[in-house]
Design a protein around this ligand. Structure first.
Ligand code: KG4
Ligand code: ZN
Length: 339
């Protein structure tokens, strides 16, 4: 087994959903190489991710992607210190490809492997570009998750609140479908909203004034559905840009209201956000208004990527986590919580 050196090289592998992503990280932050093969175009024609198809695409892509990533980093597999792979949560078939590949390469190259929780990976995304020490609050808003987590220290987390139904990204994707926009909906709505009036329609802002850190987005989606129906029934052309801008305002206000509540409840002023929805321009603006110390990853590091998995894996390894024996994909893997 390799010892810790000043050239600690971590290979990150992320295959939890529809992106095959690989990266090589040197020590705590220097990205030597990074490649991502997105399946968005493959799944767009189905209007969402088809799990079986995603797994097959990962299988086709993963080894060539690892080859080019190592080549670009100027290293061979045997130079690695650690392989960090997403263990869950995610799609079973997709996770199986990543974990199976990581375990096989670990044997072939005699390099240890560590399984990483995908959500913890997202929590580390802001630290790729900025140094940040706990305690901090982390808003994770993606296609499958919407939650606020308190990090007391690395590896010691408390879940402050989650969504009761849809995730914020899921709400964006469903709203886009309703408006006849392509998948994934978030980036598309974000783009069209720039040309629209966020106050054109008054959508309900879910849970805005409840005293708990909690989210709900299914009612908002229904409100949009009714609004669209009303406009269509009256024979009007859909003001898509205004609908996008107003919908985006409601999602943003719902998320920011709960970040604000979490700050008040905990007294912690270091706030991070990650997950695909953290790439949203309105949310980024609202979180950066100066009420807190906000740490946002660049938009491409908000969505799924392998650098965040490498970094979370490297930190976990350094604090003594060893989970290689019996490592298996877990589609509903929970974040280790202390509260
Ligand atoms: O974190 P991510 O890449 O994958 C999951 O782990 O789910 O997040 C994908 C989600 C999708 O629902 C997508 O529509 C949303 O993030 N998303 C956005 C934006 N970019 C991606 N939502 C709002 N605005 C964006 N700019
Ligand atoms: Zn994700």
């Amino acid at each position: 087994m390799k010892t810790m050196s000043t050239n600690f090289l971590t290979l990150g592998i992320e295959t939890s959903c529809d992106d095959t992503a690989v990266a090589v990280l040197k020590n705590d932050g220097e990205v030597l190489a990074e490649f991502l093969s997105s399946q968005i175009k493959d799944h767009a024609r189905f209007g969402g991710v088809v799990p079986e198809f995603a797994a097959r695409k990962h299988l086709e892509n993963i080894l060539p992607l690892i080859d080019v990533t190592l080549e670009k980093a100027g290293i061979t597999g045997k130079d690695l210190s650690l392989i960090a792979v997403t263990q869950g949560p995610g799609l079973m078939g997709s996770l199986l490809v990543g974990v199976g590949t990581a375990l096989a390469l670990s044997q072939a190259w005699d390099v240890p492997v560590i399984g990483v929780n995908h959500i913890e990976g997202h929590m580390f995304a802001p630290m790729i570009e900025a140094s940040l020490e706990p305690p901090f609050l982390s808003l994770i808003a993606s296609g499958g998750h919407t939650e606020i987590i308190k990090a007391d220290s690395f590896g010691k987390y408390a879940m402050l609140g989650v969504t009761r139904d849809d995730a914020a990204g899921e709400a964006y994707d469903k709203a886009a479908k309703l408006l006849g926009l392509p998948y994934p909906g978030g980036p598309e709505i974000d783009k069209l909203a720039r040309e629209g009036n966020p106050f054109a329609f008054e959508f309900p802002i879910p849970m805005k004034n409840t005293p708990q850190v909690e989210f709900s987005f299914s009612g908002l989606k229904t409100a949009l559905l009714w609004q669209v129906k009303k406009l269509k029934d009256s024979g009007q052309e859909l003001p898509v840009n205004d609908l996008c801008a107003s919908f985006q305002r409601a999602v943003t206000e719902a998320l920011v209201a709960k970040v604000s509540l979490a700050v008040r409840l905990t007294g912690i002023k270091n706030v991070t956000a990650s997950g695909g929805v953290a790439a949203n321009s309105a949310l980024r603006r609202a979180l950066s208004e100066g009420r807190w110390n906000t740490y946002l990853p660049s938009p491409s590091r908000c969505t799924d990527n392998a650098v965040m998995i490498a970094l979370a894996g490297r930190y976990a390894w350094v604090r003594g986590v060893r989970n290689q024996d019996g490592l298996a994909p877990d589609p509903s893997l929970e974040l280790p919580l202390t509260i």
